[in-house]
Design a protein around this ligand. Structure first.
Ligand code: ATP
Ligand code: MG
Length: 247
């Protein structure tokens, strides 16, 4: 675990390993080591099946860790620390994970469910939560679409709703899994610019991407996974050698 500027690193993984999987004849994640400092914008790259989504999910305590450790802002990941850790970290799952028949506003409010006592979910959201959700949608250029069902929104608009949902708990760290999959150039730029602005506002970003040019444009550091191990951790430029077909 590393400290910088008297603060804990945002994310620290030491020899992180998931259980052995017979189908793969290896663990999905195999002795992963890296430290991400507060305020970094890191892209996580790798071919399909490399383990990127599993790695993001393991940082949120959604995948059992067989060996090694994950430490978030100085807190070792454990059942006891998980609620606190989940308050610090927002995640945008691959595919967005929105509920299509709910409005943009209600989808954003769903991001609060993990922090509310169950009785509160029966009585409805507090008006301060609704105000915050509207502020976020406004901030992301979606205020006019707040009452639209998300199935009626474009892919780029849906991704921004998903970002708003991840932001409603004011995370210090944002994990985003393929936020620009299927988007056109304009929507891609909007979503990536949104992430860049959040990063300038001080949020640590870890983004799974497949586009090397976009990764090099927005991230300051790339971690490349191959078959569950880190094969590159450093500059996001000139990474194509890691993605060439093997003869
Ligand atoms: N719950 C699971 N049970 C068994 N195997 C799994 C499970 N989740 C993922 N895997 C396997 O682990 C490997 C890594 O999957 P993961 O979804 O992390 O890859 P990825 O790098 O995100 O790929 P993609 O770019 O396609 O999204 C794959 O071989 C996948 O089949
Ligand atoms: Mg994935």
């Amino acid at each position: 675990m590393q400290e910088s500027n008297n603060q804990w690193a945002a994310i620290d993984c030491q020899s992180l390993q998931t259980a052995y999987l017979a189908a793969l004849q290896r663990p999905i994640l195999n002795r992963i080591n890296f430290t991400i400092q507060n305020g970094e914008f890191v892209t996580l790259l790798g071919l399909n099946g490399a383990g990127k989504s599993t790695l993001l999910r393991s940082l949120m305590g959604l995948v059992p860790i067989h060996q090694g450790s994950v430490t978030i802002s100085g807190m070792p990941l454990s059942p006891r620390t998980l609620p606190q850790i989940r308050q610090k970290m927002g995640i945008l799952f691959q595919g967005g994970g929105l509920i299509p028949q709910l409005s943009a506003l209600d989808n954003v409010l769903c991001g609060r469910l993990g922090q509310l006592p169950s009785w509160r979910t029966l009585t409805g959201f507090h008006h301060s939560d609704r105000r915050r959700a509207l502020e976020l949608l406004d901030h992301l250029g979606l205020k006019e679409l707040a009452s639209q069902k998300t199935r009626c929104l474009s892919g780029g608009q849906q991704q921004r709703v998903a970002i708003a949902r991840a932001l409603i708990q004011s995370p210090k760290i944002l994990l985003v899994d393929e936020p620009i999959a299927g988007l056109d150039v304009l929507a891609t730029q909007q979503v990536m610019d949104t992430l860049a602005q959040l990063n300038r506002d001080g949020i640590t970003i870890v983004a799974v991407l497949h586009d090397l040019a976009i990764a090099a444009k927005y991230a300051e550091r790339a971690i490349v996974l191959d078959q569950g191990t880190v094969v590159h951790d450093g500059s996001p430029h000139q990474l194509s050698a890691h993605f060439q077909m093997q003869a």
